[in-house]
Design a protein around this ligand. Structure first.
Ligand code: NDP
Length: 452
């Protein structure tokens, strides 16, 4: 690693020794910035500033369950970097949420948003609340309580949250309703991922999964490959996984796996459109477990999550392309080796940081195409940017218009990452290409705006 980047990283570790996810995200970027820093030594203090969020808001979220019991969760909003636009990034509701996880996500978001080419800064937020097993009215009361504090910190020109794990259309609806009531103002652009009847954008639900597959398609094309006839493993069964699966089917591929936090299914015959529609109903309406898929369809195996996920895990299935779409650090070096041994050609991250650094090393050492999430899953936030544009214009674009804009953005992100990697002497290395391309735009803006 460049000696100045090492010095900055040592400071990150000394400051926040108890934040492993944040350290991992910083390290992954800092160790790739050397060539950019050699070309622009004036950016060294910018990198140091980038490793510290502009603002962290933490608050209490009390709520009452259906039986009258009282609970308290912790809410957060990290306004990480506003150099190129309003803070923008999702809200995550999951028991594992803490400051380290949200700082890592917000840090990644800065570079991702920069890569989209749209004017959006980086932010992230959420709560350690677990929506699983809660009734609709409990989720509503929680969202209302969460917004009773958050509303004073956000705004369409200030900070625009969206969904993430555990925050889908239902939660965004409750959050938006409470914001509108508190502000006494219909400020459509304050949240994205809204329902179509109150300012949402067509294709926003599909955008991260579709964008991921558009990016992977571009990456495969550089080696003369395509999704046509390719076997594909997908992890997760939430928003990103579902629409990645749909787009793989559109492009002639065969998805064969899905998972949730309890276990994973392998369907060698392929998850076709009818089966995918069943999964969408299971996960989005009935809120069931992926194990039910194996009970419902023939020839499917279900394996429970193991304490050691590398044992007989989802990634041991032989595939041509792997799309990890569940959560951070879900794919380790042993699992990466299984994919390599099974003849996999390409891995594109749908989730944020799903592959451990050791796993990424295995892919790169074995010549696989590897797309880091901050490039390949940027379609979601890009389409959130398009939702904000439509809200400002008070117009609704058609499904086809939004999809074309999304596709163009993903093609451009791929081109930018690919060409930047080449320009800085690491052809084919999308990690270096995406990090440097995202960084240069931010650094230029921060330098121009002075020491803030
Ligand atoms: P969802 O909540 O819709 O789905 C998450 C999926 O991952 C579920 O199947 C969930 O299973 C599974 N999962 C969550 N935590 C774990 C865990 N600890 N171990 C195993 N499985 C787990 O979230 P999204 O699909 O929106 O998000 C998935 C990933 O994509 C996240 O990393 C997110 O940050 C990233 N992302 C999402 C974007 C979006 O637009 N939604 C944009 C860019 C990135 P279970 O139901 O059992 O918890």
């Amino acid at each position: 690693m460049h000696s100045e980047m090492q010095r900055i990283f040592d400071k990150v570790v000394a400051r926040d020794p108890d934040q492993p996810e944040f350290q991992q995200a910083c390290l992954e970027v800092l160790e790739t910035l050397g060539p950019a820093i050699d070309a622009h030594p004036e950016y060294i203090p910018i990198v140091e500033r980038l490793c510290e969020p502009e603002r962290i808001i933490q608050f209490r979220v009390p709520w009452v369950d259906d039986g009258g019991g009282q609970h308290v969760n912790r809410g957060f909003r990290i306004q990480y970097n506003g150099a190129i636009g309003p803070y923008k990034g999702g809200l995550r509701f999951h028991p594992t949420v803490n400051q380290s996880v949200l700082k890592f996500l917000a840090f990644e978001q800065i570079f991702k948003n920069s890569l989209t080419g749209l004017p959006m800064g980086g932010g992230k937020g959420g709560s350690d609340f677990d929506p699983k097993g809660k009734s609709d009215s409990e989720v509503m009361r929680f969202c209302q309580s969460f917004m009773m504090e958050l509303w004073r910190h956000i705004g369409h020109n200030l900070d625009v949250p969206a969904g993430d794990i555990g925050v889908g259309g239902r939660e965004i609806g409750y959050l938006f309703g409470m914001y509108k009531k508190l502000r006494n103002d219909f400020e459509a652009g304050v949240l994205t991922g809204k329902g179509m009847s109150f300012g949402g954008s067509l294709i926003r639900p599909e955008a991260t999964g579709y964008g991921l597959v558009y990016f992977a398609r571009e990456m495969l094309a550089t080696k003369g490959m395509s999704f046509e006839g390719a076997t594909v493993s997908i992890s997760g069964s939430g928003n990103v996984a579902q629409f990645a699966c749909e787009k793989v089917l559109d492009l002639g591929g065969k998805p064969v796996t899905m998972s949730d936090s309890s276990g994973w299914i392998h369907d060698p015959a392929g998850i076709d459109r009818e089966k995918l529609a069943w999964v969408m109903d299971l996960k989005n309406n009935r809120r069931g477990r992926i194990s039910e898929y194996a009970d419902h369809f023939d020839g499917v195996t279900y394996t429970k999550s193991q304490p050691d996920p590398s044992v007989n895990g989802l990634w041991s299935v032989k595939v041509d392309v792997a799309l990890p779409c569940a959560t951070q650090n879900e794919l380790n070096a042993a699992e990466a080796q299984s994919l390599v041994d099974g003849g996999c050609s390409a891995v594109a991250e749908g989730a944020n940081m799903p592959c451990t650094p050791e796993a990424v090393e295995v892919f790169q050492n074995n010549g696989l195409l590897f797309a880091p999430g901050k490039a390949s899953n940027a379609g979601g936030v890009a389409t959130s940017g398009l939702e904000m544009s439509q809200n400002s214009l008070r117009l609704n674009w058609s499904r086809q218009e939004v999809d074309e804009k999304l596709e163009n953005i993903m093609v451009n992100i791929h081109k930018n990452a690919f060409e930047t990697a080449d320009r800085f002497g690491h052809p084919g290395n999308y990690v270096i290409g995406a990090n440097i391309a995202g960084f240069l735009k931010i650094a230029e803006a921060m330098l121009a705006q002075g020491v803030l």
